[in-house]
Design a protein around this ligand. Structure first.
Ligand code: GDP
Length: 458
C-alpha cells in the first residue's frame, strides 16, 4: 500500500488568492525543485533545510519563466510527512499554480491522492491515526470549541490516554498469561478479586470517555433544536429574535409556516440548528397534515424541543398535547408575548411540563431572549462529564465500545472461574480494540477510507 514515490499537489484551495502553495513530498522532492527553481542572489551553497528562498520557477525544457516564488525545503524527518518536503509559494492564481504543479509532475512527481500527505505522515510514524483524523476535524471545524477539541487531539491527548489504558491492560494480561504458563501456582485465591477490580476500573475509564462522544458531537455537528407550538403563538417571530435578523416571513394568518424552516445560531460557541415547524394540531387539510407529520419527525430527531406558548391567550388543547409530547424529551418552554397581558403563568404549567424549564419571553420586544439562549445552551450541554479526554470520532467510539464489551466478557470469565485462556482471549480483544483507535494495528481498508476524506494537498 505504501508507495515510496514522490507526490505533489496544490495545497491551497482552488480559486484566486494571495498565495498558492505547491507541496512536494518524497525522496526526489529536492532534486525536482532544483531542476525548476532559479534562486535569486548567490547560488553557490546548497539549499538549507527549513529556510525560505526567493527565486523563479522556470520550465527547464523551454526556459520559459512561470512564476516568481518563495521556496522552502524541509528535510526528513522534520517535516509534515516525515519525508523530504518542498513547498513552493507562488502567486495565488488557479492557472499559474497549475502550471507550477504541471512542471513538478513533468519532472517525475506523481499527483497526490486526497489526504496522501497526511497518510504518509501516519505511515512514517509522524502522527498516529487519532492525530491524523484530528487534522481533518481541525480543517472542518466551524466553531472555536470544535477547533479546540480537534487541536487537543492533534497533540495526541487521546492517544496518550489510550496508551495509559493499554499499559494497565498489559499488566493484567501478564498475570493471566502467567496463570496459563504456570498452572500449579495458586493465583486463584489471591489474584482473582484484584484482577476483577482492575478490570472494572478500566471499564469505568472507558465508559466515562464514551459518554463524551454525544457531548462533543453537539459542538462538531451542531445541536438540533425543534421549535414547536400551535399556529400564531410566535414561533417564526421567536426564531427571528433568536437569530437576531429578519429571516422568516411572519404573517398573522394561522398555519402559514408549513414547511420546516431551518437556520443556525451560535449559542456562545455551541452551534445550533433551529427548526421552525408547523405545530401538531389535528387537521383535515392535507398539506397541513403533512406539516404535522414533519413536525413529529423533527421532534424525534432533535436534541431539544423548544415549546412555544402564547401567554396572552388561555392554554389550548393543542398546547396541552405538545406539552405532553415534550414531557418525554429534553425540553424548554417559552411563554411568548410577555409584552401583552398574561393569561397564565409558569406555575400553571408545572403539572404538564414536568421537569422542563419555563422562560417568559417576548419575540416582539426581545425581553428574555438572551436568557432563553443561555437556558438553551445549558440544557443542551447538561450531560457534560469531567473526563480527561473527549472523543469526537465515530470510529473511536466504535472501537472503545468493543474494548468495553470485551472487558466485560473478561470480567464474567474471571468471575465464573473459567480457565485463564478464556480470560486472555477477551483481554487480547480489548488490546486489539485499543490499538485500532491509535492505528497500531491497521486495517488497510479503514485507512483508505479515512484518508480519502481529506482534500488533495493535505
Ligand atoms: P407562528 O405561526 O407561531 O410562527 O407565529 P408568528 O411568528 O407568525 O406570529 C404570529 C403573530 O403574533 C404575528 O402577528 C406576530 O407579530 C405576533 N407576535 C409574535 N411574537 C409576539 C410577541 O412577543 N408579542 C406580541 N405582542 N406579538 C407577537
Amino acid at each position: 500500500m505504501y508507495e515510496h514515490d514522490t507526490i505533489a499537489a496544490i495545497a491551497t484551495p482552488p480559486g484566486e488568492g494571495g498565495v498558492a502553495i505547491v507541496r512536494i513530498s518524497g525522496a526526489d522532492a529536492e532534486a525536482i525543485a532544483e531542476r525548476i527553481f532559479i534562486r535569486s542572489g548567490k547560488k553557490s551553497s546548497a539549499l538549507r533545510s527549513h529556510t525560505l528562498y526567493h527565486g523563479k520557477i522556470r520550465d527547464p525544457r523551454s526556459q520559459r519563466l512561470v512564476d516568481e516564488v518563495l521556496l522552502t525545503v524541509m528535510r526528513r524527518p522534520r517535516s509534515y510527512t516525515g519525508e523530504n518536503v518542498v513547498e513552493i509559494h507562488g502567486h495565488g492564481g488557479a492557472f499559474i499554480s497549475r502550471q507550477v504543479l504541471g512542471l513538478v509532475l513533468s519532472q517525475g512527481a506523481r499527483q497526490a491522492e486526497p489526504g496522501e500527505f497526511t497518510k504518509r505522515a501516519f505511515l512514517n510514524g509522524r502522527l498516529d491515526l487519532t492525530q491524523a483524523e484530528a487534522v481533518l476535524d481541525l480543517i472542518r471545524a466551524r466553531t472555536p470549541k470544535s477547533a479546540e477539541l480537534a487541536l487537543q487531539q492533534t497533540r495526541g491527548e487521546l492517544s496518550n490516554w489510550v496508551q495509559e489504558l493499554r499499559e494497565e491492560l498489559i499488566q493484567i494480561l501478564v498475570q493471566v498469561e502467567a496463570a496459563i504458563d504456570f498452572p500449579e501456582e495458586d493465583i486463584e485465591l489471591l489474584r482473582r478479586p484484584e484482577m476483577l477490580l482492575r478490570i472494572s476500573r478500566l471499564r469505568e475509564k472507558i465508559h466515562d470517555i464514551l459518554i463524551t462522544y454525544d457531548w462533543a458531537k453537539l459542538f462538531r455537528e451542531g445541536a438540533r433544536v425543534c421549535i414547536c407550538g400551535r399556529p400564531n403563538v410566535g414561533k417564526s417571530s421567536l426564531l427571528n429574535a433568536l437569530l437576531g435578523a429578519e429571516r422568516v416571513i411572519v404573517t398573522p394568518i394561522a398555519g402559514t409556516t408549513r414547511d420546516v424552516i431551518e437556520d443556525s445560531i451560535n449559542l456562545d460557541g455551541l452551534p445550533a440548528v433551529l427548526w421552525d415547524t408547523a405545530g401538531v394540531r389535528d387537521s383535515d387539510d392535507q398539506v397541513e397534515r403533512l406539516g404535522v407529520s414533519l413536525t413529529r419527525e423533527h421532534i424525534a430527531k432533535s436534541d431539544l424541543v423548544l415549546v412555544v406558548l402564547d401567554g396572552s391567550e388561555p392554554l389550548a388543547v393543542e398546547d396541552h398535547k405538545l406539552l405532553g409530547e415534550a414531557a418525554h424529551r429534553k425540553a424548554l418552554i417559552a411563554v411568548n408575548k410577555s409584552d401583552l397581558a398574561q393569561r397564565f403563568g409558569a406555575e400553571d404549567l408545572t403539572s404538564f411540563a414536568g421537569a422542563a424549564q419555563v422562560r417568559s419571553v417576548s419575540a416582539k420586544t426581545g425581553q428574555g431572549i438572551a436568557e432563553l439562549k443561555e437556558s438553551l445552551r445549558n440544557l443542551l450541554l447538561v450531560s457534560k462529564v469531567d473526563a480527561p479526554v473527549v472523543i469526537t470520532n465515530l470510529r473511536h467510539r466504535a472501537a472503545l465500545e468493543r474494548a468495553e464489551a470485551s472487558l466485560s466478557r473478561a470480567s464474567t470469565s474471571l468471575a465464573e472461574k473459567y480457565a485463564p485462556e478464556f480470560v486472555a482471549v477477551d483481554l487480547n480483544d480489548t488490546r486489539a480494540a485499543l490499538d485500532e483507535v491509535t492505528g497500531m494495528i491497521g486495517n488497510s481498508e479503514i485507512l483508505e477510507r479515512i484518508f480519502a476524506e481529506f482534500c488533495i494537498g493535505k
